[in-house]
Design a protein around this ligand. Structure first.
Ligand code: CA
Length: 229
């Protein structure tokens, strides 16, 4: 059973969230104080944290920052002010999602489920013992260096394969072209970051159903590429 911690100072909201999550099969603890919540999250094995932003003594921003120092579990931020969302994004604190009050409890449950599923996928994909990376219709076998799309093998060159594997093993993170070039080609190689662009294009032609609307390797304008999960 997945365990969720709610850090929320308004008892009625916390109870409502708890009721709906319990109906949906989760085990739920509530903590009304930010400091207590932080303590509790360190001493327990939670799968997800629902964190209210406006708390007395220590606010949700600070708590999120502290939680991220030693944990990567999903954090769902709850805020009463829409303008806080930009702030959450801008600070890059590592919150996974945010929801504004008032929200429907069903929406909260749906988000919780989505983030737990996503987290399980990420852990599965990145576990080192995994010789196979399987995501949607794409199957990459590392030791045999074979790649299948919907069961059909596709031929990748050595560098295309290495680039794809590196991105797939580090999903949901953005890497710049410089970084990828150094990682896959080595810093003393001849060539430049345009090489990365060309190779991404070739990989897309081979694994994507529609290269102009990629489902695996996304272009993040001005930043680089990200493997989509
Ligand atoms: Ca509050």
């Amino acid at each position: 059973m997945k365990k969720i911690l709610i850090i929320e100072d308004e008892a009625s909201i916390a109870e409502l969230e708890k009721d709906y999550l319990e109906i949906n099969g989760f085990k739920v603890d509530i903590e009304h104080s930010g400091f207590m919540g932080l303590d509790k999250s360190k001493n327990n094995d939670y799968d997800l944290i629902i964190l209210d932003l406006m708390l007395p003594e220590i606010n949700g921003f600070e708590i999120c920052k502290k939680l991220r120092e030693n944990s990567d579990i999903p954090i769902l931020m709850v805020t009463a002010r829409k303008e806080d969302i930009d702030k959450i994004r801008g600070l890059g604190l590592g919150a996974d999602d945010y929801i504004t009050k008032p929200f429907s409890p069903n929406e909260l449950v749906a988000r919780v489920k989505a983030h737990l599923a996503r987290y399980d996928r990420l852990v599965g994909i990145t576990s080192k013992s995994n010789d196979n990376i399987i995501i949607r219709g794409l199957n990459i076998n590392i030791s045999s260096r074979r790649v299948y799309v919907n069961g059909n093998e596709v031929d990748l060159t050595t560098k295309e394969f290495e680039l794809l594997v590196f991105l797939a093993q580090n999903p949901d993170k953005v890497f710049s072209k410089d970084y990828l070039f150094e990682k896959v080609w080595g810093e003393y190689s001849l060539g430049d970051i345009a090489t990365v662009t060309v190779h991404i294009g070739k990989i897309r032609d081979k694994i994507e159903a529609d290269s102009s609307n990629p489902q695996y390797i996304e272009t993040i304008w001005g930043a680089g590429y990200r493997f989509k999960v």
